[in-house]
Design a protein around this ligand. Structure first.
Ligand SMILES: C[S@@+](CC[C@H](N)C(=O)[O-])C[C@H]1O[C@@H](n2cnc3c(N)ncnc32)[C@H](O)[C@@H]1O
Length: 277
């Protein structure tokens, strides 16, 4: 049983994310020019789905963005008229998110909180107060306990609120391969809840990153585990509308290039870019 509030997993993962923040902020991968120009955009798949699920638009919605990184997507949502609270356990990420919010004139509508997801209810004690919980691309794979994550999501949602969750299909995690090789099936789909401890000095967004914090703890979660965890949170998820409340993406977001980028197991987050859907 992993201690969700402390431990090597949390320290190691946080250290690596802290190190990644300035690299990502400066990267082409996380290009912020459109955001800075006032018209940031999400991936087309998110744009499409958000338009489908919220045809009335995001104006006036209160959104909780879990694992918001340095706030770029949170601020896109705020540019659409939402009021957003972003949570991330990386202090440099949150500091950068706040600075970016001020720079783009959205500090009144975008607030950023520095917390481990599992401590969020203490740091941000605002139950049943969000219309949308939003979390995308490389999130739950960093979390040991998806059942607890689902309970936290449900705790924050207003009655009738919705989770928007987009990520790569966990089946992509079973694949691996070297640079310029076709990936092959190399890992089990079902897991035993024990972390994969990965040593890798590379980053999905920046070439030859040469990270010094190389160790991470990651948990591939089969789709069934995530769906079951969400269904188990109560009637809101088990009603006939549950499929519209929870739309887990089934698109594996990995390309041969990103799969081969580390020569090791697909880094969690790699699967978020270059689409296969
Ligand atoms: C791949 S990024 C999310 C991507 C983000 N949606 C984006 O595209 O910018 C994963 C984020 O999860 C955060 N994170 C990882 N484990 C966390 C935890 N236990 N609590 C809070 N944040 C965590 C990291 O700091 C990082 O910002």
């Amino acid at each position: 049983m992993v201690d969700l509030g402390s431990g090597d997993w949390l320290d190691a993962n946080r250290a690596q994310w802290d190190e990644r923040v300035p690299l990502h902020v400066a990267s082409e991968f996380y290009d912020q020019s459109a955001l800075r120009a006032g018209h940031g955009a999400l991936y087309p798949i998110e744009e499409r789905e958000l338009a489908d699920y919220f045809p009335e638009g995001l104006e006036g919605k209160r959104i909780l963005h879990l694992q918001c990184h340095f706030g770029a997507d949170s601020l896109v949502l705020a540019q659409r008229g939402a009021t957003v609270v972003g949570i991330d356990f990386s202090k440099p990420a949150v500091v950068q998110a706040r600075a970016l919010a001020t720079e783009v004139g959205l500090a009144d509508r975008a607030r950023f909180v520095n917390a481990n997801i599992y401590d969020a209810r203490h740091t941000l004690p605002e139950p049943e107060s969000f219309d949308i919980v939003y979390t995308t691309w490389g999130t739950i794979g960093w979390l040991p306990d998806v059942a607890e994550w689902a309970r936290i999501v449900e705790w924050y949602l207003k009655p009738g609120g919705r989770l928007y969750f987009a990520d790569g299909h966990p089946a992509a995690w079973t694949l691996d391969g070297g640079e310029n090789e076709l990936p092959t099936l190399q890992y089990a789909y079902e897991t035993d809840g024990v972390a994969d401890v990965i040593e890798d000095d590379q980053d999905y967004a920046v070439e030859d990153a040469g990270l010094t914090n190389t160790r991470t703890y990651e948990w591939p979660h089969p789709l069934s585990e995530t769906v079951t965890a969400l269904l188990a949170t109560g009637s809101a998820w088990t009603s006939s509308t549950s499929t519209t409340r929870f739309r887990g993406r089934c698109s594996a977001r990995s390309s041969p290039r990103t799969i081969g980028c580390s020569g090791g197991r697909i880094p969690n987050g790699c699967r978020s870019r270059s689409v296969w859907d």
